[in-house]
Design a protein. Structure first.
Length: 557
């Protein structure tokens, strides 16, 4: 009986699948169970993801010929644009057997006009607006204020082009798109300390980010577990702190990642987390860490599990710590072309500090009543060091929760949420409080992509999609303090074997929330469009995971 039921289920599946195979869409998804048919409208071929802000569609179809189609631009000396045009011409004509339909008008060229000639490094708040028009009369026109806007336009152009399933003719409809991001900060965090992530995987992820118009790679470089970043000032940090000498990002690697990201309009924001999450520093520099006194004040370096290990947090009463950090961040400032640095500052567990008699003495002398004031002392000095170096900074929300005063232009990243830990409040409550203090924010609390929903993994992307980072209680002005959001991928259970498929296409849901910010989230339609995007990523070499049953037509096997 069970066998028959299954047979029925599968034959129905194949019947439905066959029906749609030749329907002109290049992806197809179906129900999890036949009893729950999918609602919503199937995505038209060539539907861009994330959806543009304004998209005037037309039924008029043009065809393209791979041997005479050209994209040209008014910026002749901008390597970013030149490289992008080459990339996108390849994506548009990826099918070696693609053809032209000679009966349709031909789209011969797209001309790109960029107003600002600056072509250096993307930075927070860059203008990414673009206008894209395709018509048989005027041909293709892209207008953007910055080269970064032009990159987003080229991505859209490459997604608008589709193929006739039978003749394989390259097609594009006449259209006019006015587009800009709802949020200026659209990031992905990757933790390279719990597991080392190879450079090639990081670059593949940058590709996927560009295909989804995301613009910040937040690189959580080091943590308790390992120190894979090569510092020239302190080479022993990675020599002793990395998992192995192979699992180190040399400065050449770092530069090549920054360059790869720049060519795709993506910022690389480095994070060196402190004063917690620093155990790996101690492999080479044990004197930087606070000795913990497990059970009595006469014996240092005694763990008290699970409260603390023998030493794991920087020692805020050691002057050497501040000199060391100053030198390390000066080196970072030269290597990374970013105005911002991420200082971490999350999850300082006070018990080790409290166990240490020297710290107790220091606190007494300095009239500190609790360890929260000691944390403030550390944070205050670090922020002053950053100011001296000329860095703007981003921090996790913890010091602000603890009453620390940071510089006005600090960006505070919201991560705490009751769904991560029942002891934490709902993220909207802390966002409301931090907004009242006037800080700009980046929200991550609803976007921890390392977690998989049980028992409904298929709901994951829907929850990500529905999270509105401005949905806390506050004035309009306070909501505007949210610059965007960031999908976080902590790598306790992730390495190069599953990083890309864990992130994609689930991070695409975050990308559309942050770029388009649809006012009414129609999940039923979005499901089909997301699947089309998943197949698009797949065709471009990104092993993005499926979101439902079904298949991408080119990859039916
Ligand atoms: C493109 O034109 C075709 C043919 O008129 C139409 O069926 C299709 O819906 C159009 N696609 C888009 C994305 O507007
Ligand atoms: C292109 O067409 C040739 C000849 O029909 C066929 O052998 C080949 O597999 C096709 N290539 C692709 C990528 O479809
Ligand atoms: C595509 O353009 C090339 C070069 O101009 C031309 O030889 C070829 O016939 C065109 N293909 C079609 C299908 O029109
Ligand atoms: C570029 O500059 C021209 C002339 O000032 C202006 O008309 C046009 O709107 C600008 N383009 C964009 C995309 O802002
Ligand atoms: C690195 O470690 C080695 C071995 O402990 C030591 O001899 C050397 O002085 C250290 N280098 C620096 C720059 O601290
Ligand atoms: C303090 O703790 C250490 C390690 O647990 C132990 O060896 C030592 O005897 C203790 N000393 C006193 C005075 O209790
Ligand atoms: C720490 O002490 C200060 C000064 O008495 C007080 O304002 C603050 O609320 C205390 N913080 C905590 C977390 O107890
Ligand atoms: C917003 O305020 C209302 C009214 O005080 C309250 O019921 C609601 O729970 C608050 N929402 C959030 C997300 O804090």
């Amino acid at each position: 009986m069970k066998y028959l039921k299954m047979l029925f289920k599968f034959s129905l599946y194949f019947a439905v699948a066959f029906l749609f195979h030749f329907s002109g869409v290049n992806s197809f998804i179906t129900y999890i169970e036949p009893r729950h048919p999918l609602r919503g409208s199937r995505a038209k071929p060539g539907t861009p993801w994330p959806l543009p802000q304004r998209w005037i569609q037309s039924q008029k179809v043009l065809s393209l010929n791979s041997s005479n189609f050209r994209i040209s631009s008014n910026l002749k000396d901008c390597d970013v644009l030149t490289a992008a045009i080459q990339r996108y011409e390849k994506f548009i004509f990826a099918d070696v057997n693609g053809t032209q339909n000679p009966l349709l008008p031909t789209l011969l060229q797209v001309n790109v006009f960029v107003n600002e000639t600056s072509c250096a490094y993307p930075q927070q708040g860059d203008d990414e607006y673009y206008l894209l028009e395709i018509s048989s009369v005027k041909q293709g026109v892209i207008e953007a204020r910055t080269v970064w806007g032009a990159l987003r336009a080229l991505e859209t152009l490459s997604q608008l082009v589709y193929q006739n399933e039978k003749t394989r003719a390259y097609l594009v409809n006449e259209t006019r798109i006015d587009d800009w991001p709802a949020y200026s900060y659209r990031g992905i965090l990757i933790d390279t300390a719990r597991h080392f992530i190879p450079v090639s995987t990081l670059k593949q992820n940058l590709d996927a980010m560009a295909f989804n118009k995301m613009n910040v790679f937040h690189w959580h470089l080091v943590d308790d577990q390992s120190f894979p970043f090569e510092s020239k000032t302190f080479p022993n940090l990675s020599k002793y702190g990395a998992y192995s000498e192979k699992q180190v990002y040399s400065q050449t690697d770092v530069k090549s990642i920054i360059e790869y990201a720049r060519l795709r309009g993506i910022r690389v924001l480095p994070e060196i987390d402190s004063p917690g999450h620093t155990k790996s520093f101690g492999k080479a520099y044990p004197e930087l860490l606070t000795p913990c006194y497990g059970y009595n004040s006469s014996t240092p370096y005694v763990p008290k599990y699970p409260h603390f290990s023998e030493a794991e947090t920087l020692n805020p009463i050691e002057e050497n710590v501040y000199t060391f950090m100053s030198n390390l961040f000066q080196e970072l400032k030269i290597l990374f072309p970013e105005k911002y640095v991420h200082l971490g500052m999350d999850e300082v567990y006070y018990e080790c500090w409290e166990s240490n008699p020297n710290i107790q003495f220091f606190m007494k002398v300095n009239k500190m009543q609790n360890t929260s004031q000691l944390e403030q002392y550390y944070v205050g000095r670090m922020l002053q060091i950053m100011k001296n170096i000329g860095y703007k900074y981003m921090i996790w929300q913890d010091p602000i929760d603890n009453g620390v005063q940071a510089a006005d232009d600090t960006i505070v990243q919201i991560w705490k949420d009751s769904r991560l830990d029942s002891k934490l409040g709902e993220w909207r409550e802390s966002a409301e409080i931090i907004a009242k203090k006037g800080y700009r924010m980046v929200v991550s609390a609803c976007w921890y992509l390392n977690y998989i929903n049980y028992p409904y993994p298929g709901k994951d992307w829907e929850n990500f999609y529905e999270c509105n980072p401005r949905s806390f209680n506050g004035s309009n002005e306070e909501k505007q303090l949210v610059l965007g959001g960031e999908a976080c991928l902590w790598t306790e259970f992730v390495d190069s074997t599953n990083l890309i498929s864990r992130l994609w296409p689930r991070a695409s849901a975050v990308a559309e929330r942050l770029w388009t910010n649809p006012q009414t989230a129609n999940l039923d339609d979005a499901r089909f469009r997301l699947d089309q995007q998943r197949c698009r990523l797949f065709r471009r070499g990104i092993p993005a995971a499926p979101i439902l049953n079904g298949f991408c037509e080119d990859y039916a096997i």
